[in-house]
Design a protein around this ligand. Structure first.
Ligand code: ATP
Length: 362
């Protein structure tokens, strides 16, 4: 069993001025599928490399269960951490068969050959490649090669598997398929997976918990549902899928709830963050799928006007002018409103997220 705890981890590369990772705390429990998610350059790979033991942090500690494995002065080498790693360019050896690729780690560990054969067969069965032992990498598909790389990592029975964008070299369809397979594999073998991606959909689909990282700092560590529905700040809301981020003014406040006026036109009721009072200017995050549209009887008090409509089969997408703002809305395809029509907009208060404005969001 193995969980990983990062406490106050910081790392600055000597060539760079800015820390790649800044005071990161993260508690990854045993058997969880945890994803490190964020835009390119936010520090995901650095975090994974620190966990793997390829380098030491400048400050902070990493524990595997209760064992200190990394600090400024302690660095348990990667091969003694009970961790396996799968990379983006999964690099199976082209001249070795599937069997030889997978058995490699066991030979290094001097596992007797009958036992090694049995474990390779088990690992190949787990990734759905039984019967492919004698094939060469160029005789199997890209997805199957990635599964060979997975089998090679799990055959040595790591307690934790670290995966750095392992699906990004696959085409979209295969990626989606492998996503399901990876999740099932993790459930079957029950070990901790720490997964790096910049793909929000992948993170939502795979993870028990997502750590959203931005500019080296942890923004939020939560379940996919919480991250999507209850982003902790504007940065997380903006990064997680489609969102309308609009500035609005609180026109009434009643305890934790308030009414916010957007573009002098659209009124939204929502829970207010602590300390926000009447008159405050706030950021409001509205998911396109949570906005309801109805054709307005007159344009006198309507909330907006349809300026664009795209039928996408399973959904319809509307762009709505709310005074000088543009709102993106997704509806069921049965909703049919014409471009140029005035609409009334309603939004369930529990789907709205409100953030105090910061210096950078203004
Ligand atoms: P990507 O999704 O593009 O792989 P990432 O989130 O994994 O990005 P990191 O690779 O951890 O980001 O990089 C974090 C920051 O550290 C970036 O600003 C990057 O330029 C810098 N960095 C990473 N590796 C090095 C290095 N070896 N030397 C100097 N700076 C580095």
């Amino acid at each position: 069993m193995a969980g990983v705890t990062l406490t106050g981890i910081s790392k600055t590369y000597s060539q760079a001025g800015m820390p790649a990772i800044n005071d990161l705390d993260l508690e990854i429990r045993d058997g969880q599928f945890v994803t490190l998610l964020g835009p390119s350059g936010c520090g995901k790979t650095t975090t994974l490399r620190l966990i793997a033991g390829y380098m030491a942090p400048d400050a902070g500690t990493i524990h595997a269960d209760d064992r200190l494995i990394s600090s400024k002065d302690t660095l348990v080498p990667p091969e003694h951490r009970g961790m396996g790693m799968v990379f983006q360019n999964y690099a199976v050896w082209p001249h070795k068969t599937v069997f030889e690729n997978v058995v490699f780690g066991l030979r290094l560990r001097k596992v007797p050959s009958a036992k090694a054969r049995e474990r390779v067969e088990q690992a190949l069965a787990l990734v759905g490649l039984s019967g492919y032992e004698r094939r060469l990498p160029n005789e199997i598909s890209g997805g199957q090669q990635q599964r060979v790389a997975l089998a090679r990592s799990i055959v040595v029975e790591p307690q934790i598997l670290l995966l750095d964008e392992p699906l990004s070299n696959l085409d979209a369809k295969l990626r989606e398929h492998m996503r399901t397979e990876l999740k099932q594999l993790q459930r079957r073998i029950g070990i901790t997976f720490i997964y790096v991606t910049h793909d929000q959909a992948e993170a939502l689909a795979l993870s028990d918990q997502i750590a959203v990282i931005h500019e080296g700092r942890l923004q939020q560590f939560d379940s996919p549902r919480e991250i999507y529905n209850r982003p902790i700040n504007r940065t997380v809301a903006d990064f997680m899928g489609n969102v309308n981020l609009l500035s609005g003014k609180v026109i009434s406040a009643d305890g934790a709830k308030g009414e916010i006026l957007i573009a002098d036109r659209l009124r939204v009721i929502a829970a207010l963050p602590a300390g926000i009072e009447r008159g405050a200017v706030v950021d409001v995050a509205l998911r396109p799928e949570n906005i309801e549209l109805k054709r307005a009887e007159t344009n006198a008090n309507s909330s907006g006007k349809i300026v664009d409509h795209t039928f996408l089969g399973n959904i319809s997408e509307y762009h709505i002018a709310v005074a000088d703002r543009l709102l993106r809305v997704q509806t069921h395809p049965s909703v049919r409103i014409a471009v140029g029509d005035d609409v009334d907009i309603s939004i369930a208060p529990e789907t709205v997220n409100v953030f105090a404005q910061t210096e950078t969001s203004r």
